[in-house]
Ligand binder design. Structure first.
Ligand SMILES: [Cu+2]
Length: 251
């Protein structure tokens, strides 16, 4: 979590949404990655497709270059570049105190087995909060209900909403539900599609004085099976930013 100096060839990074409905997180245009760096007018970054999940991952998560950026002295962690880039992106914010509380709270309808790090829902309404890069926690992990990367179990047909909060001071993070075993790849999205339509927040920027960046993904767990949830920022899932997402039962 050490802040590594990344010299970015960029001026003021005032990002202006070009008609994007980031507040709702649903009105994203297609998955086209921007090709130029954002600038003071935001003209280099329209639509914020990087943030919320559409049908496909942004190109920089799939082997493409980070758009329009030059990194010198970087660590090779694209998350640091993206965190900086998206820091002032529009979207919901919450306080660090609220984030800390949400990261510990037991979701409604959930049974928690803390020894096995397992959270089981028997209700079809599933709402939970995942803190990415939580304070005091291991680097590159999620905290859900006070647990590190717990296994999540939901019934088939569940209506799932996951509020993702980027609590890391200097790195972008997101959360995506994918096929299992994708987490072992440096770029999971190169081989693993989103498991369910809508089940992705690609990347949230660094905190600012306005608060911690947050967005909520919603989807229907329509098919039983074993899946992963992971951070799709290259390298993060491989470092351990992943857990199991199990959809159980038949209908
Ligand atoms: Cu991450």
């Amino acid at each position: 979590m050490t802040r590594t100096r990344i010299a970015l060839i960029i001026g003021a990074v005032t990002l202006v949404a070009a008609g994007a409905g980031v507040g709702t997180g649903l009105a994203m245009p297609g998955p086209t990655a921007p090709t130029t760096a954002p600038n003071a007018t935001g003209s280099g970054y329209s639509g914020y497709t990087v943030m919320m999940g559409g049908t496909g991952a942004p190109q920089w998560m799939m082997g493409g270059a980070l758009p329009g950026w030059t990194m010198t002295g970087g660590t090779g962690d694209p998350g640091k570049t993206m965190g900086n880039w998206l820091a002032n992106a529009p979207g919901a914010r919450i306080s660090a105190a609220d984030a800390a509380r949400l990261g510990e709270q037991t979701p409604a309808g959930a049974t928690i087995d803390r020894t096995r790090r397992r959270i089981v829902f028997t209700t079809t309404a599933v709402h939970l909060t995942a803190l990415a890069g939580p304070p005091g926690g291991p680097d590159e992990t999620f905290r859900i209900a006070g647990l590190v990367n717990p296994t999540l179990v939901v019934p088939v047909g569940a209506q799932v909403s996951i509020q993702v909060v980027n609590a890391d001071p200097d790195t972008a993070h997101g959360l995506v539900i994918t096929a299992p075993n994708a987490a072992s790849a440096w770029m999971p999205m190169m081989t693993a599609p989103i498991a369910f339509p809508g089940a992705a927040v690609w990347a949230l920027g660094d905190p600012t004085p306005a608060g911690l960046h947050t967005a909520t993904l919603t989807f229907t767990a329509s098919t039983a099976g074993n899946y992963d949830y992971l951070c799709a920022v290259p390298g993060h899932a491989q470092k351990g930013m992943a857990g199991s997402f199990l959809v159980q039962g038949t209908r």
